[in-house]
Design a protein around this ligand. Structure first.
Ligand code: GDP
Length: 452
């Protein structure tokens, strides 16, 4: 995700500030200027950046801070909470409940990723135990029904649409009725898009909305428009009651930060972001964990969700126990690699772990990283049980390294690389010792994670 660059720049500014011997006005100003520059590059509105800067200065009043207070930590926390404020619309979104019929209508401009996102949204909920269905009420774009049908078939989600009928309201009503009868609890209606905001589109949206009475209207927008998202979101909000926003194509645009903050300024909650064309390149958007990940601090709730989703239930307590013990063996690294390879888009999982994101798994190099992990695992297959279970780095003598290299058919250099990676991860893991791991959905460990 291009946002990784923004997060990287902010983290670097904070790290530079932390390395200064004395934290004075100049060091703070330099740090804030760096952060502001990064945000402006991501197309965040100038006024927001300026307000953020003055809020932080107000919170971190260096002159009035008592001697001995941890200024670095106060600055870091102020930056964290100001970034959260910038992205927080101050309003939660309606969330569908399993077993209770719910109609969700999707609106947006043509090309924003609306149809793709409908299927991603349905698929996401299907994996959470919902019974979703898709209705194609986009009669304007030739091929829209075929696209939805294709996506829905791949994801094994029931769909409804027509090649003949040209009245979107009729199709929407028929589809919703049919799926209500079939006891679907999440009926998703994809409406027409247009190349630009125009009266006809808004009128059609209003009619479909009146006829289907959606519980939630989701506005889909492309992140590449940056701060122009404010006007676009406002225009849609004035025509139908938009309850939530999904921002797409966050994988490819430097302006992602601008679009997210601009949407928040319209007081519409962003609920998901699209991070690729594939059906599971779709992430829940939650402000605090998002900022935490952006700054490389990890995202426990996302990580826990993935663990609950992918690691077999009987293995979960053991893994969590090992995490809180802080002892990291090569065998544990091997098991984590196995989980990570299973957990789908590998980049998403890694970026949820504090410290894991940047080095082993640089953003945009997921394929290479996956290959590297497989290579590491092949080398670990040539290790003995004692080697895999040891926590003593001295055990890995030259003779053992050469033996592993020979056994796995890899150069000695690769084995050394793998052991270096192990040491790096073991160091991060050790910081989690004693950590109270939050239960699913809890964020209580977040402040603790900021020390990692
Ligand atoms: P619609 O006209 O709004 O229904 O847009 P589509 O769903 O047809 O999407 C337009 C294009 O954007 C397609 O090529 C999609 O594959 C692509 N797309 C949608 N969401 C994303 C995303 O999150 N990332 C990327 N890279 N491409 C996306």
């Amino acid at each position: 995700m291009v946002l990784a660059q923004l997060g990287g720049s902010i983290s670097r500014a904070l790290a530079q500030m932390s390395n200064a011997t004395v934290i004075d006005e100049k060091v703070l100003n330099d740090c804030l200027n760096e952060i502001s520059r990064a945000l402006l590059q991501a197309d965040v509105q100038f006024k927001m950046v300026r307000d953020m800067q003055s809020n932080i200065k107000r919170i971190v009043n260096l002159e009035t801070l008592a001697a001995g207070t941890n200024k670095r930590r106060i600055i870091q926390q102020a930056v964290f909470s100001e970034l959260c404020n910038m992205l927080d619309p101050g309003k939660p979104s309606f969330t569908p409940k399993k077993g209770k019929p719910c109609v969700v209508m999707f609106v947006g401009l043509q090309g924003s990723g609306k149809t793709t996102t409908c299927t991603k949204y349905a698929y996401y909920h299907q994996r959470k135990g919902f019974k979703p269905a898709l209705v194609c009420a986009d009669t304007f774009r030739a091929g829209a029904f075929d696209q939805l049908k294709q996506n829905a078939t791949k994801a094994k989600i029931p769909f409804y649409g027509s090649y003949m009928e040209s009245d979107p309201v009729k199709i929407a009503v028929e589809g919703v009725e049919r799926f209500k009868k079939e006891n679907c609890d999440l009926i998703i209606v994809d409406t027409s898009g247009r190349h630009k905001q125009e009266a006809a589109l808004f009128e059609e949206m209003r009619q479909v909305s009146e006829a289907t009475k959606p519980d939630l209207v989701i506005f889909v927008m492309d992140s590449s428009i940056g701060q122009a998202a404010f006007d676009q979101a406002q225009a849609f909000k004035q025509s139908v009651s938009v309850g939530a926003v999904i921002v797409t194509k966050m994988d490819g645009h430097a302006k992602g930060g601008g679009s997210l903050s601009a949407v928040a300024a319209t007081k519409s909650p962003v609920i998901f972001i699209g991070t690729g064309e594939h059906i599971d390149e779709f992430e829940v958007f939650d402000v605090k964990p998002f900022v935490s990940r952006l700054l490389g601090l990890g995202d426990w709730s996302g990580f826990m969700d993935k663990i609950h989703e992918v690691v077999p239930t009987d293995q979960q307590p053991e893994l969590l126990q090992k995490l809180s013990e802080g002892t990291f063996t090569l065998r544990l690294m091997y098991e984590q690699f196995q989980n990570i390879l299973k957990m789908g888009p590998i980049g998403q999982v890694f970026s949820m772990l504090p410290g894991f994101s940047s080095e082993l798994m640089p953003q945009g190099h997921e394929k290479e990283s996956q290959a590297k992990i497989k290579r590491y695992m092949t080398m670990m297959d040539s290790m003995t049980d004692a080697e895999l279970d040891s926590t003593n780095p001295k055990l890995m003598t030259e003779t053992r390294i050469i033996r592993i290299a020979r056994g796995s058919g890899r150069p000695v250099r690769d084995v050394i690389d793998m052991l270096e990676e192990y040491k790096r991860l073991a160091k991060i893991w050790s910081k989690m010792k004693g950590l109270k791991i939050p239960k699913k959905g809890e964020m209580s460990a977040l402040s603790r994670n900021m020390n990692v």
